[in-house]
Ligand binder design. Structure first.
Ligand SMILES: Cc1ncc(C[n+]2csc(CCOP(=O)(O)OP(=O)(O)O)c2C)c(N)n1
Length: 723
């Protein structure tokens, strides 16, 4: 009601983010009263019958969730998992100069790590080109069963805290509704005037000093205007008011408490005898797209413009023959992203997000197109910081994820690059976004939004100096759990495949795309045309790497850049060991192609799978991540019993890239030995092969400990095709 007054009086373009999503009934009720709910769901009419249906479907099997949810018109924020309201709000405000995002932050929610750090988003918001966020900290004092910290540190300390975060706090405090209405209205007017003056100053005079943005601390009793006492215990103003103050209606008196409570709102003064909201009251709400339940920013797909894409082939690595040189795949990608950035500068609808790792991940070419957003102080040593920057770097994976989600859900595009091991920090946020995407696929009025793209690099296999803490490929497992219509996982083996995959992902809608690619100099395999064909197929036979592949003794399969190198090295070892060996090499880029096509849209049908992996030959599968994933995806395939997967098995330390392979039994010697052990006609060779293996590994171990690097044969290895 108060925000509606601002919208109508000042024609504000405003959306509403409500942190504690269990306040969902509030949003549903508001959108019903303003009419946008009935427009979205015409069977919920604006009369007695409609109201009955509205109430009945609430929190009912297959009805509407009790939280703010994708089903709620005007929402970009679910709020079931607390902590992300402010970062979503800022994500929505970036590059939307006319938008004001009102954001209710729960005082319990404010205790989460993600929320605590998101106050700092104001150091990345440029008043000249971005919109505004008005945080409203709801200091109702309690969570489910405990007091909240921010309500118990005293007003001075809370004021200092908000000041310290760079805000100008406005307190609205009390428990008498009429006085509070006046106070809140006055405070909102003050905040809105302050927002407009900050924007005017920045936009007219070009002043780029970081402003002190206003925020409201709204201190009310928890469960305000609800039942005062239930079963002789105080409820309003205590933690007992959380969510459902009266539950057991078999108890005497409870129904009466409910009736008294609901009647206290004097519905007869608000609705006519047919249950229709009185016209003079309904007329107070904004109209059309200014209604927060109908604002297109909260249904971002409606505003989505496709990215202008450069030709990714223009950035191709020249590969004259497989394995003729090494290149840094992410550095190649960085040049492509620079052009994506350049081409979409005018529409201002693409940003790159990362926790202080854009340069470390070798994507720094993007800085030639755009600097890093920064409204805090700048010192002489700083590079590429700018109030106009479109690269978002903050050392909080939560913020990167939250901002990007807010940015995407309001109809823009982005990519989040992160160290592979640390993306787990946002596992749970990814869950929530994937759930949102799954749900919105079935909501016809929600227009598709751009996909959330992850580039994970600095991956498990190249952590020579960082060691064990930086070695964890488990995000693949996590993503693979989600609904197949939402998730895609790509393991491009080289730079050209990475370009092809990235181009595809940036054009896609309504997915989470996970791309994993190394940043270290590594071997390049496919010329661009082949790369495009290979990525489109998702998996394929690399004929140039095999021999006698029509009737193979063994299938050497691989997914991921580092395992691909080991597999090809194993092929050379096997050829040396037994020149007449027949080998088929299969590389998998699109991991979900392994799943049956009934389970995943990218899945191969059984015939296609058998064509690659045979029905009865041993498959030695070298995999980037934990081996269980490949088994999980292929367990229904004919040849599953013959698929032997090597991958990361939680062995790691500070050591060379090749030694990491050895520690996890994913090295070329092991892969070759696995092949010999599984090929029936080589049974007589197994013992000598095992002997050679252990001698080789012993030599390797001694050499690495002595010299701190790999043996020359490993360092100087290069692919040679069969003669
Ligand atoms: C990340 C997370 N942890 C725990 C919960 C369980 N939970 C639901 S509501 C709530 C208390 C919320 O308090 P507050 O943010 O102050 O909201 P209020 O109910 O007071 O409006 C908790 C802990 C949750 N939803 N999300």
């Amino acid at each position: 009601m108060h925000l509606n007054r601002l919208i109508t009086e000042q024609d504000v373009d405003m959306i509403y983010v409500i942190g504690p999503g269990h306040g969902g009934p509030g949003l549903v009720a508001h959108t019903y009263l303003e009419g946008s709910y009935t427009e979205t769901y015409p069977h919920i009419e604006r009369n007695r019958d409609g109201m009955r249906q509205l109430f009945r479907q609430f929190s009912w099997p297959y009805g509407v969730p009790s939280h703010v949810a994708p089903e709620t018109p005007g929402s970009i924020h679910e709020g079931g998992e607390l902590g992300y309201s402010l970062s979503h709000a800022f994500g929505a405000a970036f590059d939307n100069p006319d938008l004001v995002v009102a954001c209710i932050v729960g005082d319990g929610e404010a205790e989460t790590g993600a929320l605590a750090t998101s106050w700092h988003s104001n150091k990345f918001l440029n008043p000249a080109r971005d919109g505004a966020v008005l945080p409203i900290l709801h200091l109702n004092g309690f969570k489910i069963a405990n007091p909240t910290l921010l309500a118990r540190i005293g007003k001075d300390e809370l004021t200092d805290l908000m000041h310290g975060y760079g805000y100008e706090p406005h307190f609205v405090e009390g428990h008498e509704p009429m006085k509070m209405h006046q106070a809140l209205a006055a405070s909102l007017d003050t905040c809105m005037a302050r927002i407009r003056s900050i924007q005017k100053e920045a936009r007219q005079s070009g002043n780029t000093t970081r402003p002190r943005w206003p925020m409201i601390v709204f201190r009310t009793p928890k469960g305000w205007t609800g039942p005062k006492v239930v079963d002789g215990k105080p409820v309003e103003g205590t933690w007992r008011a959380h969510q459902v103050p009266i539950t057991d209606f078999d108890k005497p008196g409870h129904l009466q408490i409910l009736e008294d409570w609901l009647r206290s709102y004097r519905h007869e003064e608000l609705f006519d005898e047919h249950g229709k909201f009185l016209d003079e009251l309904a007329a107070l709400a904004p109209t059309g797209r200014r209604r927060m339940g109908a604002n297109p920013h909260a249904n971002g797909g409606l505003l989505l413009k496709p990215l202008e894409m450069p030709h990714f082939r223009d950035f191709a690595e020249e590969v004259k023959s497989p394995g003729d040189h090494k290149a840094e795949a992410t550095r190649v990608l960085g040049k492509f992203l620079r052009e994506v950035m350049r081409k979409n500068m005018a529409t201002a609808n693409f940003r790159l997000f990362g926790p202080d790792e854009t340069a470390s991940n070798r994507l720094e070419a993007v800085y030639e197109a755009s600097g890093k957003a920064w409204m805090a102080e700048v010192e002489e040593v700083d590079e590429n910081l700018s109030p106009d920057g479109r690269v978002m770097e903050v050392l909080s994976e939560h913020q990167c994820q939250g901002w990007l989600e807010g940015y995407l859900l309001t109809g823009r595009h982005g990519l989040f690059s992160c160290y592979e091991a640390f993306i787990h920090i946002i596992d749970s946020m990814f869950n929530q976004h994937a759930k949102w995407l799954k749900t919105t696929r079935t909501i016809a009025w929600r227009a598709p939004v751009a996909s959330l793209n992850y580039l994970l690099t600095s991956h498990v296999w190249h952590q020579d100096h960082n060691g064990f803490s930086h070695q964890d490929p488990g995000f693949i497992d996590h993503v693979a759990n989600k609904k197949s219509e939402v998730v895609r996982i790509y393991l491009p083996p080289d730079a050209n495949c990475l370009l092809s995959v990235a181009d595809h992902c940036l054009r896609s809608r309504q997915y989470v795309n996970l791309i994993i690619a190394g940043k270290q100099p590594d071997w390049q395999w496919l010329a661009m045309d082949e790369a495009v064909r290979h990525c489109a197929a998702g998996a394929g036979i690399w004929s140039w790497a095999g021999q006698g592949e029509d009737d193979p003794d063994v299938v050497m399969a691989c997914a991921g850049d580092a395992p691909t190198v080991e597999t090809l090295a194993a092929v050379m070892l096997l050829r040396d060991f037994e020149p007449d060996i027949r080998i088929r090499v299969v590389n998998v880029v699109d991991l979900m192609s392994l799943e049956p096509n009934e389970e995943h849209p990218h899945g191969m049908d059984d015939d296609q799978f058998d064509e690659l992996f045979t029905r009865d030959r041993p498959v030695i599968f070298a995999f980037h991540g934990y081996p269980g994933v490949v088994h999980k995806l292929t367990y229904r395939r004919h040849n599953h019993d013959n698929i032997h997967v090597r991958g990361y098995k939680e062995e790691g330390t500070t050591t060379t890239a090749f030694d990491m392979m050895v520690l996890n039994n994913l090295d070329r010697f092991q892969l070759a030995l696995d092949a010999i052990n599984r090929i029936p006609r080589f049974e007589h060779l197994r013992q000598s092969a095992a002997h050679d293996y252990w001698t080789g590994i012993e030599k390797h171990r001694l050499y690495v400990s002595e010299h701190g690097r790999d043996m020359p044969g490993i360092r100087d290895w290069q692919w040679k095709g069969a003669k």
